[in-house]
Write a protein that binds this ligand. Structure first.
Ligand SMILES: [Zn+2]
Ligand SMILES: [Zn+2]
Length: 185
């Protein structure tokens, strides 16, 4: 079961993002969703989403812009940014997604928590991959999962992120396959 050949999931760096991280993400996204990935710059300036009082960026308008600007072949777009993101009801978010929509975003800002240097890059990458696949999962209509080890489990703090696995539980996988089938039709 694959989406048609020309379709992609676009990984969209905002600003300067580590190329090695982008490549690793590409492989993991392909592993989980079975869709080809591409790297595609779409937005470079997030000023429109900045909240000067909070000194953070509101993720929802960024998602709208990404969904509007992404080319046809792109079924899902995942933006990666270093800026700190929020939605009005929360002090911060690791990322946000349009449920069943086209766009999602992950911030690297708080995923370095408790990690010192380059030696811990592996853990940092794992966190980014988990949060990226989690947000992409939402764009494929997946909701939060009660299973603490499932990648679709909601993470309030970094220890939650570290505890969960980098894959979906049986149930989420079934829902994902169903949603991908719908897309192919
Ligand atoms: Zn979520
Ligand atoms: Zn699950």
């Amino acid at each position: 079961m694959t989406v048609s050949q020309e379709h992609t999931i676009a990984i969209s760096p905002v600003g300067d993002i580590d190329q090695h991280l982008i490549n690793t993400l590409g492989m993991d996204i392909n592993r989980v969703f079975g869709v080809k990935t591409e790297v595609l710059k779409i937005i470079d300036d997030l000023e429109f989403a900045q909240d000067p009082e909070r000194n953070q960026y509101h993720s929802t308008p960024i998602l709208e812009k990404l969904a509007f600007l992404a080319p046809q072949r792109v079924i899902k777009v995942l933006a990666i940014t270093k800026v700190d993101l929020f939605i009005p009801i929360l002090t911060f978010v690791y990322g946000e997604a349009q449920l069943g929509g086209r766009a999602c975003i992950v911030s690297l800002n708080r995923l370095r928590e408790n990690l010192s240097a380059v030696t811990q890059q592996k853990i940092f990458f794992e966190r980014v991959i988990k949060e990226a696949i989690h947000e992409l999962g939402h764009t494929f209509n997946l909701r939060h999962c009660k299973d603490h080890s499932c990648i679709m489990h909601y993470c309030r703090r970094i220890t939650d992120v570290d505890r969960k696995l980098d894959s979906m539980c049986r149930y989420c996988k079934i829902f994902l396959d169903d949603d991908i089938k719908q897309l192919v039709k």
